[in-house]
Structure formats: structure tokens, C-alpha cells
Design a protein around this ligand. Structure first.
Ligand SMILES: [Ca+2]
Ligand SMILES: [Ca+2]
Length: 211
């Protein structure tokens, strides 16, 4: 059987082209801030020595960035994650750079009525929390995000959430941004042209009815 060169090239390209599919990563490792051990492998795993997947938020975002599909990252209800890794670079260091479409949610089974049960992501790394750096669709749902304090070469704007791509579409739903320190946009910072959609989340939580 003769196979044309063109068909052979097409077959090789098909084999090696990055797959466009949407994966779901369930974050199950909360006590360490480690990156993914190998983004060329499909699973979200920060520790290749231990059996099974130790999936941190940072590792999950690195995996999401590695493929073009809109992946979903699910954080457990009541989780508390502290970012401790500093430095410049992509999602592997400092702030969590987002370069591909992704949904990050604490609401796999619906938003807990108690906001204190929304997963908390706290920056303690001298940087911000999220940085959307590409023109992609991002959804943040059911989260508490706080503690961002970027400085130096990382810029001083957007402490908890920064959107630096004008083509980005960022949906922020049931998300509390608080406690950030920045030159502008303590809770967040956006550039002109980027969509930051907040259908239900006020910047400052409304007073609660105590009766
Ligand atoms: Ca492992
Ligand atoms: Ca970074």
C-alpha cells in the first residue's frame, strides 16, 4: 500500500497536535503550594513520587494553561489555600497566570449558603493571586480571594485579580475579593477593553440581615 507524503504528514500532525478537549481537575492537595510535576502528562500531579494525583491549585492551572480547551478546576467547599511561591514567571511561580480558557469554581454542587464555606485562596507570596494575561474566557465562581500584594517587576496593580489582556472575558460570580494591597485596584485591576463581568457579586459584601 502506498501512502502519500501528504497523508503521512497529516497523520503525524494529527498525532502530535495538542488535543483540544476540556478536562476537569479536582484540587485535593491544599497544604502545599507546588506546581505540576510535568504538564506534558495529562494528570494534575504535584508529586510524582507519591502514588496517585496530588493536585494543587497551582498545578491545576498549569495543566489548564497547557491545553486549549476550557478546563474546569474544582476546589473543595471550605478549602483554604495559601500561595507561598514567589518570583516572576508563569503560573509556576508567583501569581497564578492564566493563559488558556478555564473555569475555577468552588461550586461543583452549588454555592454554599454560608460564604465562609466558599474556598479561600490567600496570597502570602508578595504577589497577586490571579493574573489573566491572554485573551481567553475565564470564570471564577464561588471563591474568596484575598491577600494579594504585588510589587516590583510584577507591577503594582490588581492585587487579587489582574486582567492584562484586552481581549479577555472574565466572569466573576459569587466571588469575594478582599484584603488586597495595590497601587490601583486593590481587589482587582483591569485594562481597558477587557470584560470583567460581575453579575451578582458586589465589590463590598452588602450588610447582612441579622434578625
Ligand atoms: Ca503523584
Ligand atoms: Ca506568575
Amino acid at each position: 500500500m502506498r501512502v502519500s507524503l501528504l497523508a503521512l504528514v497529516a497523520a503525524v500532525v494529527a498525532v502530535f497536535a495538542p488535543p483540544i478537549h476540556a478536562a476537569t481537575y479536582v484540587v485535593n492537595t491544599l497544604d502545599v503550594d507546588l506546581g505540576d510535576a510535568d504538564t506534558a502528562l495529562a494528570g494534575c500531579d504535584a508529586n510524582p513520587i507519591l502514588a496517585g494525583d496530588q493536585c494543587t491549585l497551582r498545578a491545576a492551572i498549569m495543566q489548564a494553561n497547557a491545553g486549549a480547551g476550557q478546563d474546569t478546576i474544582v476546589l473543595p467547599t471550605g478549602a483554604s489555600i495559601t500561595l507561598t511561591v514567589g518570583g516572576l514567571g508563569g503560573a509556576e511561580s508567583g501569581d497564578l497566570d492564566i493563559t488558556q480558557p478555564v473555569i475555577i469554581t468552588g461550586a461543583a454542587l452549588g454555592y454554599p449558603a454560608d460564604e465562609d464555606q466558599w474556598p479561600a485562596i490567600v496570597a502570602a507570596n508578595g504577589d497577586r493571586v490571579f493574573d489573566v494575561t491572554s485573551p481567553v474566557a475565564v470564570e471564577l465562581r464561588g471563591l474568596r480571594v484575598s491577600g494579594g500584594a504585588p510589587s516590583g517587576a510584577s507591577g503594582t496593580n490588581g492585587a487579587d485579580l489582574r486582567v492584562t489582556s484586552t481581549g479577555a472575558h472574565v466572569l466573576v460570580d459569587h466571588v469575594r475579593l478582599s484584603g488586597g494591597q495595590a497601587g490601583n485596584g486593590g481587589g482587582r485591576g483591569t485594562v481597558r477593553g477587557a470584560d470583567l463581568l460581575e453579575p451578582v457579586t458586589p465589590r463590598v459584601p452588602p450588610p447582612r440581615d441579622l434578625d
